[in-house]
Design a protein around this ligand. Structure first.
Ligand SMILES: *Cc1c(COP(=O)(O)O)cnc(C)c1O
Length: 397
């Protein structure tokens, strides 16, 4: 990458998204090759021995390395501005591998209370089983985050903007808190992707992705990724090689194709979401709209500072309760009723009874997820058709 003749050495994100990480095989293929092979053959016993010992670089087995997966990792590292990246079988595998590699019994982890539901389960139910203490905090309350640190705190984990209320966490402030105390700052960048937010620039040590969402962008494959400094990523890589939550070559190939249109899609998701949020604000059945692109959202100024765009996810509360929210959802004909997001197809969901259904009513009230809240992950359909789809239910309230 640092070679003066390398056109990617100082290339912009748009170029890196299309070109970074590609290694052409002897066939001269233009599109990235898909290497569907579990293992690799050696030219001689000597070469096999040298590959196994690591003396000679090269592929041994696809749980360790695969050229298609490597291309995806290198492209993602280039986009995130990271020294290195390692891919995983899913977003959850990325979070698990990071914790398993970098935490040990007796360590303390601080996690934002507004993270993906399964992240909460993984940390509170499973990491604790291995003697890692976990404290959940409101990431917008800096004093509370600072107070949660103990001499054993090794990691702070956040997600921004949050799901479903689009709360924006101050990356620079959180990084500062961590680095004063020698803790690692880990950011789940799934909602923004590197097209809209580069957490490493604001002091994060590691960036986590669920590539299942916007990186694929069309709802086909599961995958994940961890990016950051070489030494940290190498630790995570060591765990993945031994434990096996490896990304499949086929999925890596799909993600490579997805990345080529990432910025165009993220810009389109963002502009569609902003327009829908503005329209929702003036609909009679709507109580409140949560989208950081709206100037009245409490995280707006911060989002402008640390994000290039506001992303595709918004939520809104309707006048009434669960019955009214369900009425609006059930009246849609175009949007997909599913908890997934990051797809060209718009999805709609009732967080209180699905994604956040495992929380107690008190916990939901604390994080501000009411029974009248609806989340929409705005896709790439025409705005007017999305509006018509919501009007059916909203006008009947
Ligand atoms: C979906 C998601 C995950 C988990 O990713 P999987 O690929 O489903 O395992 C983690 N974090 C966020 C923010 C997500 O939306």
């Amino acid at each position: 990458m640092d070679h003066p003749d390398d056109p990617l050495a100082s290339a912009e994100l748009d170029t890196l998204a299309v070109r970074a990480g590609q290694v052409r095989s002897a066939e001269g293929e233009h599109s990235e090759a898909l290497f569907l092979t579990s293992s690799y053959v050696f030219g001689s016993a000597r070469e096999a021995a040298d590959r196994f010992s690591g003396e000679q670089p090269g592929n041994v087995y696809s749980r360790y390395t695969n050229p298609t997966v490597r291309a995806f990792e290198q492209r993602m590292a280039a986009l995130e501005g990271a020294e290195s990246a390692v891919a995983t079988a899913s977003g959850m595998a990325a979070i698990l591998s990071t914790c398993m590699a970098l935490l040990a019994q007796g360590d303390h982890l601080i996690c934002s209370r507004s993270v993906f539901g399964t992240t909460t389960v993984l940390l509170s139910k499973y990491m604790t089983k291995f003697g890692v203490d976990v404290t959940f905090v409101d990431p917008l309350d800096e004093a509370a985050v600072a107070a949660a640190f103990t001499p054993k705190t090794r990691m702070l984990f956040v997600e921004t903007p949050s799901n479903p209320l689009c709360e924006v966490v101050d990356l620079e402030r959180m990084a500062h808190l961590c680095h004063q105390r020698e803790a690692l700052f880990v950011v789940d960048n799934c909602f923004c992707t590197p097209a809209l937010q580069l957490p490493l620039r604001f002091g994060a040590d590691l960036v986590i992705h669920s590539a299942t969402k916007y990186i694929d962008g069309q709802g086909r494959c599961l995958g994940g990724l961890v990016a950051g400094r070489q030494a940290l990523v190498d630790e995570v890589l060591g765990f993945i090689r031994s434990a096996g939550p490896t990304l499949s070559a086929f999925n890596a190939w799909v993600f490579l194709k997805g990345l080529e249109t990432l910025r165009l899609r993220m810009d389109a998701h963002s502009s569609n979401a902003l327009a829908l949020a503005q329209w929702l604000q003036v609909q009679p059945g709507v109580e409140r709209v949560y989208y950081a692109g709206l100037p009245e959202h409490p995280g707006h100024a911060l989002a402008r500072k640390q994000q290039r765009g506001f992303g595709g996810v918004l939520s809104f509360s309707v006048k009434g309760g669960q019955a009214e929210a369900w009425k609006v959802i059930d009246a849609t004909r175009l949007m997909s009723l599913t908890a997934n997001l990051g797809d060209a197809k718009t999805t709609i969901v009732h967080p209180a009874t699905t994604t956040h259904g495992r929380l107690t009513p008190e916990q939901r009230a604390e994080v501000g997820i009411g029974d009248n809240l609806i989340r929409v992950a705005v896709g790439l359909e025409a705005l007017s058709d999305l509006q018509r789809d919501l009007t059916r239910g909203l006008s009947s309230l």
